[in-house]
Ligand binder design. Structure first.
Ligand code: MG
Length: 258
């Protein structure tokens, strides 16, 4: 009886250690999708599909709200000088990306992403000129995510602290990480924000950031990490997520370091 108990405890310990190791495996997020490959383009539906095809943990994309309340996917605040938040969707709907696709709406993007339920949709809510427009964007975006049944698949990121707090206020279970690099892990934790998602230069300057985040129970994500030596540096420090334009290289290095 005693022997059986010891065996069970030993097995549980081994299982626990493996579980812990698995939990610490660095995960790869394709920055603006997997765009640096044949037939793709930044923030295109193709980049989302290609990130899923190579097995990324997540695919990141940027969302703005037009003046008439349509959420669209684009990195910059403007297209050829037309600022998205100050123009209607009609100004943008026929414009094409580098691979020939038209600029996706959030609805189109989420519809495509839902076909790959194992991949997280890392939704960046872009900053706007006013907290009011940001609040409208958060409401429109989160309503659509909810309506499409994608609450479990979507994780949020934002440079605007107002946006991060609005997301948490609307859904305390939402996974949201802050991008702007000027909050301590403790401050984020206190505001219900699950993670920090900081620039590589910050992680290089302050390697203690990773331990501090772990101590506070905050996840770590570093952007935009494209070089092998930088990938190795943050993996060695136990980073949770790498956001990169080169997801296949990151996957290869993670596999090697295991
Ligand atoms: Mg982004």
């Amino acid at each position: 009886m005693k022997k059986t108990l010891v065996c069970i405890l030993a097995a549980a310990t081994v299982y626990g250690a493996m579980g812990q190791q698995a939990a610490h495996r660095t995960k790869v997020i394709a920055h603006r999708g997997y765009w640096d490959t044949e037939g793709s383009a930044q923030n295109s539906l193709a980049s989302l599909r290609k990130a899923a095809e190579i097995g990324c943990y997540g695919s990141e994309f940027d969302v703005h709200l037009t003046s008439d309340g349509v959420a669209i996917i684009n990195h910059d605040n403007d297209w050829a000088g037309a600022v998205i938040q100050h123009n209607t969707y009609s100004v943008f709907e026929k414009l094409t990306l580098a691979n020939g696709e038209t600029i996706p709406t959030l609805e189109q993007y989420l519809t495509e992403g839902a076909k790959y339920p194992r991949m997280k949709l890392i939704l960046e809510i872009k900053s706007a000129d006013s907290p009011e427009h940001e609040s409208r964007a958060v409401e429109a975006i989160m309503d659509m995510v909810e309506k499409m049944g994608l609450r479990e698949q979507v994780e949020y990121i934002a440079f605007s602290y107002h946006v991060c707090k609005e997301v948490v206020a609307r859904d305390p279970d939402a996974v949201v990480a802050y991008l702007n690099g000027d909050k301590t892990p403790e401050e984020l934790k206190a505001d219900g924000i699950r993670g920090l998602d900081y620039n590589l230069s910050i992680a290089r300057r302050d390697p203690g950031l990773f331990d501090a985040a772990r101590a506070a129970g905050i996840t770590t994500n570093i952007w935009t990490v494209n070089r092998e030596d930088d990938m190795r540096y943050i993996i060695e420090h136990g980073v949770d997520f790498i956001t990169t334009d080169n997801p296949e290289l990151a996957q290869k290095i993670i596999a090697e370091t295991e």
